[in-house]
Structure formats: structure tokens, C-alpha cells
Ligand binder design. Structure first.
Ligand SMILES: Nc1ncnc2c1ncn2[C@@H]1O[C@H](COP(=O)(O)OP(=O)(O)O)[C@@H](O)[C@H]1O
Ligand SMILES: [Mg+2]
Length: 229
């Protein structure tokens, strides 16, 4: 589904160049579960932004379903994201004044979806993530793991092909984190969704079919888990 070829990304910090990605190649197949690991500052989030069409590289190509998105305009990228990509963040990024149902369905209000349909889709998604009994709770009334489940439900609202999660368990304790990983795995296996996560946790990487290790903006190792391992 996604093919990166010789991708480079450099940021300017004042006068200083920061080469976040330095000639990176990566293939992600449809339905794959990929974990990106590596030290802080190695380029993991930058890579996620490029995979998720939040940003384009300075050099190299990014094919998504055989379409070269490295030449897309901001508008084209935004449309692609809206149709195909769901994002989950370490800090959940929920809106504190809105309840679970409202957080999940907020993107639909901008698309003019009726109130009744929003309710039905939001409720079904919250049931999928195990929060059918928390529809009217606000983020402050939920545990960290529950907030992350709401964030995952929100990421699913447009039925994406690709779910990206940047350190989704980074702010959670081990058991709660495992519950989130089990949920991502379920969405991958039962929903056929392609899932890409960034993680520091070796236990999380164990869920992935392909583990990509990056250091200094380059892939130093890409391992495919063997069946049953
Ligand atoms: N918007 C930005 N402007 C300038 N430098 C950036 C920006 N985003 C990331 N960087 C730099 O690029 C490098 C890679 O960052 P990042 O992809 O966030 O790494 P990671 O997610 O692995 O911690 C770091 O040195 C970081 O400081
Ligand atoms: Mg990061």
C-alpha cells in the first residue's frame, strides 16, 4: 500500500540543518502491522508524518496505492488523509469540553452528517473499542486507557485504510498499554486495517509483523516476524 524510496527530509532550525530522514526506503503491504522503533530524535515521527500524508519529503518518492503523493498539494494531501488515514497520538489529543461521543463524531459534523447518523456511528465505534457504556463521559472522567480508546474510535470514524499511532502506549501503564495493543491488533486482524505504530516498548513491537529500526534517519534493520514466533 505504501512504498517509500530514498526519502529525505531536512528541517531548518535557524541556520542549522537537521537531517531528520536520510535516504530511507520502506515498503508496507496492505493489512500489515508495522512497528517503528529507534532512539529519541531518530526520525520516527517525521517518518510517520510522511507515511500519513501529513508532510511530503524534500527528496524521494512516496507511493500510496501506486500514486505518487510526494508531489501532492496541501489540498490533495488533506483529502487523502480525510479518506484514508486515521491518527492516534501519545497524548490522546481529545477535546476536554466534549464527551466521548462528541469527540469521536466531531469530524462528521464538518461533513454535514446528520445528528442521528453521527450518534449511531459514534456509538458503534465506541462499542468497538469497548466503551459502549462511556458515551457521555468527558475526557477528565475517563482513565488514560479509556481516553486512548476514545482517540482510537475517533481515528476510525472515516473508516480509514491506514491507522497510524505515534507512541500510543507512551503515557499508559503496562497492563493498560497491552489492552490498547490488543485493540490495535484486533482492528488489524479482524478489520483488515493496515496499522503502523511508533513505540519504545519491546512488548509493543512484539505485536508487529514487520519491525523497522531507525537510527539517525536511516533504517538500520527491518525484521519480519516469522509465523508463530
Ligand atoms: N518541525 C521541526 N523543525 C525542526 N526540526 C525538527 C522538526 N521536527 C523534528 N525535528 C528534528 O528532526 C529530528 C527527528 O525528529 P522526530 O522525527 O520527531 O524524531 P523521533 O520521533 O524519533 O523522536 C530531531 O532532531 C528533531 O529535533
Ligand atoms: Mg517522535
Amino acid at each position: 500500500m505504501i512504498k517509500l524510496t530514498d526519502v529525505e527530509k531536512t528541517y531548518m532550525m535557524g541556520e542549522t540543518e537537521v537531517r531528520a530522514l536520510r535516504g530511507l526506503d520502506l515498503n508496507i503491504a496492505d493489512g500489515e502491522f508495522v512497528a517503528i522503533v529507534g532512539p529519541s530524535g531518530s526520525g520516527k515521527s517525521t517518518l510517520m508524518h510522511i507515511i500519513g500524508a501529513l508532510d511530503v519529503p524534500d527528496q524521494g518518492r512516496v507511493l500510496m496505492h501506486d500514486e505518487d503523493i510526494s508531489v501532492f498539494s496541501e489540498n490533495e494531501l488533506a483529502n487523502l488523509r480525510g479518506e484514508k488515514v486515521g491518527f492516534v497520538f501519545q497524548t490522546f489529543n481529545l477535546i476536554h469540553t466534549l464527551n466521548s461521543l462528541e469527540n469521536v463524531t466531531l469530524p462528521l459534523t464538518f461533513q454535514g452528517v446528520s445528528r442521528k447518523e453521527r450518534y449511531e456511528r459514534g456509538k458503534a465505534l465506541l462499542e468497538t473499542v469497548g466503551l459502549g457504556d462511556r458515551l457521555e463521559h468527558k475526557p477528565a472522567e475517563l482513565s488514560g486507557g479509556e481516553q486512548q480508546r476514545v482517540a482510537i474510535a475517533r481515528a476510525l470514524v472515516n473508516d480509514p485504510d491506514l491507522l497510524l499511532a505515534d507512541e500510543p502506549t507512551g503515557n499508559l501503564d503496562t497492563d493498560t498499554g497491552r489492552g490498547i495493543m490488543d485493540l490495535l491488533k484486533k482492528l488489524n486482524e479482524e478489520g483488515g486495517m493496515t496499522v503502523v505504530i511508533v513505540t519504545h516498548n519491546p512488548n509493543d513491537a512484539g505485536y508487529a509483523g514487520q519491525t523497522v529500526h531507525i537510527v539517525d534517519g536511516k533504517i538500520v534493520e527491518a525484521k519480519t516476524a516469522t509465523e508463530g514466533a
